[in-house]
Design a protein around this ligand. Structure first.
Ligand code: FE2
Length: 142
């Protein structure tokens, strides 16, 4: 779901930069999908940090070696998501006030969306590598 939302945000942003999408439509879509992406990622990481990871840690000490990496990833991703939120809110406002400026600033937003995409690819695959063997070994989560 996170990857799909990131793809939607990236595609919409590229279409706007290619002038294949009207500014108002882009602003609406950015507001909707960008908000979903940020809220869902924050919610999911909160659940992992406070519930899921401690549960895995209690089940298997092997998990602790990778846990620091996953937790520091979450902190780094939080910063990228904050940057994304600031840039997206600004672009959405500028579409109404100064569309040329909105267009100009969308380039940086596009870079941030690409950073989120690259980050998620790596992070989700690291998580799978660490989590799945423990789930299977301990037959957790059915
Ligand atoms: Fe995570």
């Amino acid at each position: 779901m996170f990857r799909r939302l990131t793809d939607i945000v990236k595609d919409n942003t590229e279409r706007y930069l290619d002038k294949a999408c009207a500014p108002e439509e882009y602003a609406d879509r950015l507001s909707h999908y960008g908000n979903q992406l940020v809220r869902n990622l924050h919610g999911h990481h909160g659940w992992e940090d406070h519930q899921f990871f401690p549960e895995l840690s209690a089940a298997d000490a092997r998990f602790d070696t990778g846990l620091d990496t996953l937790e520091s990833d979450h902190l780094a991703l939080d910063q990228v998501l904050d940057t994304f939120t600031t840039q997206a809110n600004r672009v959405i406002q500028l579409v109404q006030m100064d569309e040329a400026q909105a267009y100009e600033e969308t380039g940086a937003l596009c870079d941030t969306a690409a950073q989120i995409d690259a980050f998620l690819k790596r992070h989700l695959s690291d998580e799978e590598d660490l989590v799945v063997p423990i789930l299977l070994h301990h037959k957790l989560r059915g």
